[in-house]
Design a protein around this ligand. Structure first.
Ligand code: GDP
Ligand code: MN
Length: 348
């Protein structure tokens, strides 16, 4: 029986080194943003928020990737807002196109069908390129070669609390490989065969499963079906070694060959999540309960008084999605044996 003491605030056991704001002794880490030129103004809001709340103290680099060349204006406006070095990369054709083994008529019929069924982004080819790129390729871009960790950032996101410790140092010191703030349930219509395809891959490569994996987080019936729980990947802090690993790459290749990015509309979030849950030991995955974050339409707002005060959080704790039914954090807390914040009652 777990006692209250067993469940002491697990986050307090982690090392959080305060770094002297001289930008030295940094971890090899970068922000990474996939964007179009016309995302510029929405993106500047994300940059301003993240620089003000975190990066002005640390000066981490920022890599921008695009399927076409970035405009002068995009480069000028973003460079001047970022404390670290900025890099602007174009995505190679193979990483952003329909592979030759895809039956394009079948793919088009699938888009038409999903359009009629009003499935979000169901009719979009570029959204599929985006999901495929984020699943299997962003980490292979040569600009990422210089780094060990990445933090994904999208346009129009907000950071609500000061982050006064070096997050990348935290990832490194605690040997973490994947960090998230929001976990949701995926729309089944977008991934009808993803789990069966995953099971095929696992049965052909049984050794890829981590000993202390998180299968019970993502399946309620011991692997028979996927419960759709996924870390929302518009925010992601990860170790690149994980995505570069032979295991992850062969999983991605297997999924890619099956055609589900095109015949269905597989998202990078369930794919990263399933991979992290199955191929990593559970301790390598970290829930950042101290990062106030917004990406429409959901907010993760710290409700612990201590975090709110220390971080000067500007979000309303009543907007926090963590323990709502859309979220699958209830399951995560149970799976990891975490104690829910005492403040929860006050704000529910
Ligand atoms: P959502 O968050 O799932 O609604 O999707 P977004 O529209 O925010 O797209 C996810 C990320 O991919 C964002 O960083 C976008 O800027 C980027 N993105 C989406 N589509 C394209 C595209 O066609 N080209 C480029 N370069 N970036 C894209
Ligand atoms: Mn987005």
């Amino acid at each position: 029986i777990a006692t209250k003491d067993d469940k002491i605030n697990k986050s307090s056991q982690f090392k959080k080194q305060q770094t002297n704001p001289k930008f030295q002794k940094k971890v090899k880490a970068t922000f990474v943003t996939l964007a179009r030129n016309n995302d510029l103004w929405e993106l500047l809001e994300s940059i301003q928020s993240l620089e003000d709340r975190f990066n002005h103290k640390f000066g981490y680099d920022w890599v921008f990737l695009n399927d076409e060349p970035f405009s002068e204006e995009f480069i000028y406006e973003t460079t001047k807002s970022i404390s670290g070095e900025t890099k602007y990369g174009v995505i190679p054709f193979d990483y952003w196109s329909t592979p030759i083994w895809i039956d394009t008529d079948k793919a088009e019929a699938a888009r038409q069908d999903m359009k009629e069924r009003n499935i979000i982004y169901g009719d979009s080819l570029s959204y599929r390129y985006m999901c495929r790129f984020e699943s299997g390729f962003f980490f292979r871009h040569p600009y990422l070669d210089d780094y060990d960790y990445y933090w994904r950032v999208e346009p129009s996101v907000k950071f609500y609390c000061d982050i006064d410790y070096d997050i990348f140092q935290f990832m490194q010191d605690n040997d973490m490989e994947y960090g998230f703030t929001i976990a949701l349930h995926e729309y089944i219509e977008t991934i009808p065969t993803l789990w069966d395809t995953t099971k095929e891959f696992i049965s052909k490569n049984p050794k890829v499963l981590a000993k202390d994996n998180s299968l019970d987080l993502i399946s309620d019936d011991n692997g028979e079906t996927y419960n759709l729980c996924h870390f929302w990947s518009n925010f992601e802090i990860g170790k690149l070694e994980f995505l570069r690993s032979k295991t992850y790459r062969s999983y991605f290749d297997y999924l890619d060959k099956s055609g589900g990015f095109f015949y269905e509309r597989w998202g990078d979030a369930p794919i990263h999540t399933i991979a992290a849950a199955l191929f990593l030991d559970k301790e390598k995955i970290h829930f950042f309960d101290d990062i106030g974050y917004y990406h429409g339409p959901f907010t993760s707002c710290p409700i612990k008084e201590e975090i709110r005060t220390k971080g000067r959080c500007s979000c309303n704790p009543r907007d926090d999605i963590t323990f709502d039914s859309y979220s699958c954090m209830e399951k995560y807390y149970e799976f990891r044996g975490l104690e829910k914040p005492a403040e929860l009652e006050k704000y529910q």
